[in-house]
Design a protein around this ligand. Sequence first.
Ligand SMILES: *Cc1c(COP(=O)(O)O)cnc(C)c1O
Length: 432
Amino acid sequence: MRYYSTRDRTRAVNFKTAALSGLAPDGGLFVPEELPRLSATVLSSLRSMDFVDIAYELVKPFTSPELSPSVLADIIHDAYPFSAPLVDVGERRVLELFHGPTAAFKDFGARFMARVFSYLRRGDSLPLRVLVATSGDTGGAVADGFFGVPGISVTVLYPKGRVSPLQERQIAGLGENIEALAVEGSFDDCQRLVKAAFVDPELKAKLDLSSANSINICRLIPQAIYYMAAAGKALNESAKKEAPIFCVPSGNFGNLTAGLYAMKMGAPIKGFIAATNINKTIPDYLKSGQYAPRDSVATISNAMDVGAPSNFERMTAFWNYEELRELLIGAFVDDSETKACISAVHETTGYVLDPHGAVGWKAMDKLEEAGITLGARPINLATAHPAKFAETVEPLVGPIAPPETLRAAMTRTVHSEVIAADPAALRSILIG
Ligand SMILES: *Cc1c(COP(=O)(O)O)cnc(C)c1O
């Protein structure tokens, strides 16, 4: 597969270049040249196929020829010892994306990316140094994904004192090839330091640097797998053989873009709900046709606090405004509605949503109240386990048992180095 930049269709690169460089040289995002439809045989057997087999079929066209069939199969088996169960909750269904090691859906992208990087860099003498700035969730998933991966070391920059104690343990509790830097500043400062490192000539000469931020195409593609698997299963179980609608709690819109990719590749999907918190740039765009990025506002669904979603460029690379309006319904939910929804769903069904999943659930409520029919058993994506956001969820529903992976993370000791929000401080850490 070849990839081109969202800002320049004339210069295509191969999978290896797109993956290892992350952002295109012109500042655009890499998109695949095409989204090939899966074979009729695969599409008609989705319901009986294992998650890893669907993963293999879906990812194969994107990584060929650099990853041979056997290399890709090994990477997929190693990346996904967990899958994405579809569970019934009342009249709806929830696609649980939190069964990976950091209990959020970002594990699907990060674990695949780590193994792909390691393979693509085999035989290179310089170890690859991956830099990532995080406001909380991404750092943990990337650290965990790359932990113990040969030939790669990771430096995670996070704002000191501004991530939760659990998130800090996920980022800074692993050690070995994962280095954690607590920056005396904000998330924006962390991002500024990473960007400065990439244009620093001395660092460029001495190190092989790469980034693992969320716009890497390697993180996006594997997110299409769980839509393909869940849609195939839901269609088969629907009495009227009706394709389901998916509700996607969104921030940077990588997850929803992956859903659109799955649909284009043949997943039986009726459409999507683009659910946001009050950072409602995309719902506003769907209503007005005007794309107006803005500063983000802090909410309790903080992994979705994005005012200028980078994947908007990817969505409009394949679909124009009229097409997007056909495929997506926008809705937004504020913090008090989110909390009320967590309580109400728990009371009526016993199911506990995290604040991000609750934004999706409440968005569906609001659309139904406005008279929009969502069809049989709409599917809401649960992007994180509620125990990850215990400080918000427990006061509403009582104590929640954390999954085994989070319990293990909680016992880790934090080893991080505090640095000033100054590019010189990062440079001296990186080259001593
Ligand atoms: C990152 C994240 C989101 C938002 O996903 P996007 O792909 O950025 O839209 C939603 N929920 C959780 C828990 C996340 O970590």
